[in-house]
Write a protein that binds this ligand. Sequence first.
Ligand code: SF4
Length: 363
Amino acid sequence: MSSLAEALRTSVTTLAELHAYLQERGIDPEAAGLATLAQPAVLPLRIPRYYLDLIDWHDPRDPLRRQVLPLPDEEVVLPDDLRDPIGDDVHSPVPGIVHRYPDRVLFLLTAACAVHCRFCFRREFIGKPARTLRKDQFEGALRYIAEHPQIWEVILSGGDPLVFPDTYLNTVLKRLRSIPHVRILRIHSRTPAIFPARLTIEFAEMARRYAPVYLVVHVNHPREVSPDFVQHVGLVVDHGIPVLSQTVLLRGVNDDVGTLAELFKRLVEARIKPYYLHQLDRAPGTNHFRVPIERGLQLMEGLRGHISGLCLPTYVLDIPGGHGKVPLGPRYVHSKDGRLYEVVNHHGERFIYREPISTTETD
Ligand code: SF4
């Protein structure tokens, strides 16, 4: 596989290039349904060739294709869609920093990504060079972190921090590691799923130097857990870097129990702990990807008890407006009467659990 720079340089960024890509492979663009695509209005097209090669072009409903090709549905904007659905702006004290929770900050280094996901909630600024941090803004963000001793964890996000070369990431990690109260460094990235070769031994060795560094990869479908992905994530795990995953619940991509079960099991087999399953944020033009919460709860109910607890992420909702994340879960405790709890198992059977009398009560 080529380098990231090469993958970025050769990515498909226009519908004309997509036509040419298909024709190179002997696929008729009309038969592949390209006529149904829309010219992207807000979020430009960007798809690395590695990811295009994973798509089944004979299936117009292919779940990977759906994530990266713009449909006319993107033009549908609902009255209560939000330009900044999770309230990054209201919690941004200085450019590049989102300080929503007391002990951790998001450090948004760049607006660039190796792929442009059609469901992205930061779609308004992804790919806009003006939103990538300037040197003085970068220094200002580091100063903010250094001046707030309650910041225990820094999460590098964007955009996607793994679009930077290791030399730049090394500088970022080194500067953060020199701040004594910052104990945990976390990198959020979609790049490993759409161009696994980004995870090199050199990257793994660098991350290891600044441990504890956690890597959280964004993966939405079992076919993204390809042999290349497993191999390259394995390099990172072998260097002692814990790897977790986050998944966005997406209509037509992964909104059934079988797909989610296969995804989470494959991730665990690749030594990745599924961390979050996100309810889709309410960004304009993403309604066609929306799965109702009721359905999300049914899916979680369908998974719990049927696949190993190791494979289960927490299903979460970011409360619109920046009010934080809450776990969403089916109810397993149905009622309580004194020390008696009515609980329901994964077969839907109800049982009574009696709380033991505590030592304090018997004293
Ligand atoms: S990689 Fe992440 S930030 Fe970039 S477009 Fe996709 S979802 Fe958005």
